[in-house]
Design a binder for this molecule. Structure first.
Ligand code: SAM
Length: 324
């Protein structure tokens, strides 16, 4: 079965936040560091297992675990194993800052992880520290190498920031020359908390795509389960370069994902208002049908666009709260 909304979009990809806590202080996300805002605890392993089984029964075959920083959870390996075991799930992916990846990657891979997205906003150690608040570039890149050695599919997520890392296209393409990974430039998005930073640093990724074409990169055909990212490849390069342009006019037409927060609340869009709790349906295995019905019915509220170009920000203070 596949969930299809009123605009013809099919949903098979769940982004599940497992915690809103994060140990980094990225300037566009949590510049003051993480502060606990909610007394309610995150979903337990059992609740996550039921949630993922419910979405898998609705045809969701790709699960991404995100946060906050998912690796701050001591039971992350068990969470990955629970997701990988859910009937119908074909791909379990993780978004991480990479700080603990070198140590955790073997256990995560053994538990069934297939892919990892590592945030690397700069390949310059001082700039990396300036953006994230952590002098961690070397250990994050160790984690990237470890994941590649283990055969995981690897993406680097790089948020493009004017006057910060917009001169690093060459360094990142060079990084992808001999490594079979995808470097993805993500356009900086506005949230309630980052208005000044956004105004100062926002730069469209469209110019990057143009430069890639001039440098001999060509756009790759889209694959099954691909979201709104465009991917560029080049003869002689093991890796590829992706571009995510949330302001592009057809961005939402390829939306294929739903998000659930670490407290079990469905979010229909990064920039929507409001969340819909599913947690009351996760307390025992007997509520699976109710979970499927509620998700199916809530999908009817999903809008055709995020309305970002019109200035809508929704009620998201920062992406750490909902998983980015
Ligand atoms: N801590 C994990 C990580 O580093 O990937 C997962 C959570 S983080 C919120 C997920 C992704 O969202 C990261 O790649 C981060 O750079 C990106 N992100 C956060 N805030 C953003 C913003 N305002 N605009 C664009 N990307 C953002």
């Amino acid at each position: 079965m596949t969930l299809v909304d009123g605009f013809g979009r099919s949903f098979r990809y769940l982004r599940l936040s497992v915690t809103d806590a994060c140990d980094y202080r990225c300037r566009y996300c949590l510049p003051g560091g993480f502060h606990k805002e909610e007394a309610e605890p995150p979903l337990t392993l059992d609740e996550i297992r039921r949630l993922v089984a419910g979405f898998a029964a609705l045809g969701f075959w790709k699960i991404r675990l995100t946060g906050g920083e998912p690796t701050v959870r001591g039971d992350l390996v068990d969470i990955v194993a629970a997701c990988a075991r859910a009937p119908g799930v074909r791909r379990v992916a993780l978004s991480t800052n990479g700080a603990r990846l070198a140590a955790l990657a073997p256990a995560l891979a053994a538990a069934g992880l297939s892919a990892v997205n590592v945030s690397v906003d700069s390949l310059d150690p001082a700039r990396f520290r300036d953006v994230t608040g952590r002098d961690d570039l070397a250990r994050v890149l160790d984690g990237v190498e470890r994941a590649l050695t283990l055969g995981l599919s690897v993406k680097l997520n790089t948020v493009l920031m004017k006057g910060v890392n917009d001169g690093e296209l060459g360094a990142f393409t060079e990084f992808a020359r001999a490594r079979a990974l995808d470097v993805r430039f993500i356009e900086l998005m506005p949230t309630a908390d980052n208005a000044d930073f956004f105004t100062a640093r926002h730069e469209k990724t469209a110019a990057l795509a143009e430069r890639l074409r001039e440098d001999g990169w060509r756009e790759a055909p889209r694959g099954e389960g691909d979201g709104p990212a465009r991917r560029f490849i080049k003869e002689g390069w093991a890796g590829s370069i992706g571009v995510i342009a949330p302001y592009a006019k057809d961005f939402c037409a390829s939306c294929n994902r739903l998000r659930v927060t670490s407290r079990g609340r469905l979010r229909l869009c990064l920039f929507s208002e409001g969340e819909h709790s599913l947690r009351d349906l996760l307390s025992d295995d007997g509520r699976a049908a109710g979970l499927r019905e509620r998700v199916t019915s809530l999908l009817g509220l999903k809008e055709v666009s995020h309305y970002l170009p019109e200035g809508r920000l929704g009620d998201t203070r920062h992406f750490a709260a909902i998983g980015g």
